[in-house]
Design a protein around this ligand. Structure first.
Ligand SMILES: NC(=O)c1ccc[n+]([C@@H]2O[C@H](COP(=O)([O-])OP(=O)(O)OC[C@H]3O[C@@H](n4cnc5c(N)ncnc54)[C@H](OP(=O)(O)O)[C@@H]3O)[C@@H](O)[C@H]2O)c1
Length: 285
């Protein structure tokens, strides 16, 4: 059973897992032409009903408040979804839970980070995700937390994707400002989906980091997108994070080291170029 299944990660994960498993997709809203069960993870009664109907072997918990500035503006809401949601699931379900988390549990002073580096969140989203990890790992020792970062795909019908924003803006000839001082290893949803699938197959537990092969600034990520999608890179202007005056502070040098998962699941992270070329080919097919 997947919660938050119609979000960015959920779409790729559902596509991949459905080849092998009988999956049930749940989310706040089920899009037209899709099938799934409505589940607000903050609603304990509903969690009980849905888990009772589905009787899952494994729950992949993607349900989350992911808007970092909205979390900063409403701490209570962020914690009720990001921590209260998984608490509800765990109060009913005693099987393995795979829970997604983020490199925002670190302060961004000296990323990329490995699994045993000290956490030190600097915004509400990061604090709520760290608290969610502790809940998940203190519950059962068959649970897994996968931390990832800057997840992307070209998603039709969403405003939230960085790739959509860059491609669509440049296609329309619009100038965009992109931060040059935030560093991560952007992660294609399909690459993350493979990690989740292999983690289910192998019964991996504990904390695992996943991100793709290139550790770069967001500005260079945008340039790479322009390059692969053959768009005008002169429209991309570098900017510093503090110039954006965002509500929530951002960790600057983030990102995740993946040596542990590479070894444990026998996987190589794809390069950014490989992933962007695959996405472009899929869009053109
Ligand atoms: N995207 C990234 O760059 C990134 C990076 C690191 C970690 N992660 C983690 O990866 C996981 C999936 O992220 P994503 O990128 O797929 O995010 P997303 O696109 O925002 O998907 C999250 C899904 O959860 C749903 N949701 C929100 N509140 C809920 C509730 N109370 N009950 C049930 N569902 C609820 C959302 O619905 P609405 O859209 O209607 O709110 C959405 O469909 C999250 O745990 C996130 O923290 C993401």
């Amino acid at each position: 059973m997947i919660t938050g299944a119609f979000g960015q990660v959920g779409k790729a994960l559902s596509r991949l897992l459905s080849f092998k498993f009988n999956i049930t997709k749940t989310d706040l809203i089920i899009p037209k032409a899709e099938s799934g069960l409505i589940l607000d993870v903050t609603n304990l009664m509903l969690c009980r009903e849905v888990i009772d109907i589905v009787k899952p072997d494994v729950i992949v918990n993607l349900a989350s408040k992911t808007d970092v500035d909205a979390c900063e503006a409403n701490t209570e809401l962020a914690f009720s979804i990001n921590v209260g949601g998984v608490k509800n699931l765990m109060s009913i379900f005693s099987g393995p839970i795979i829970h997604l988390s983020t490199d925002y549990v670190f302060n961004g002073d000296n990323g990329p980070y490995s699994e045993d580096d000290a956490t030190d969140p600097i915004n509400v989203y990061g604090f709520s995700k760290l608290a969610s990890e502790k809940t998940v790992l203190n519950g059962h020792n068959n649970n897994l937390v996968i931390r990832t970062n800057v997840v992307y795909d070209y998603c039709v019908g969403t405003q939230a994707s960085f790739l959509n924003w860059v491609v669509n803006s440049l296609r329309e000839g619009k100038e965009i400002s992109v931060v040059k001082d935030q560093w991560n290893n952007p992660t294609w949803t399909d690459s993350l989906a493979v990690v989740v699938k292999r983690a289910i197959d192998s019964g991996l537990t504990g904390i695992a980091h996943w991100g793709d092969g290139d550790w770069i600034s967001r500005f260079d990520f945008a340039l790479k997108i322009a390059n692969i999608f053959e768009l005008d890179k002169k429209l991309i202007k570098p900017i510093n994070t503090d110039e954006l005056r965002q509500v929530a502070p951002r960790p600057l040098k983030g990102g995740l080291k993946t040596d542990y998962v590479q070894k444990a699941l026998n996987l190589e992270p794809p390069t950014l170029e490989e992933s962007l070329k695959s996405i472009k080919a899929r869009l053109e097919s």
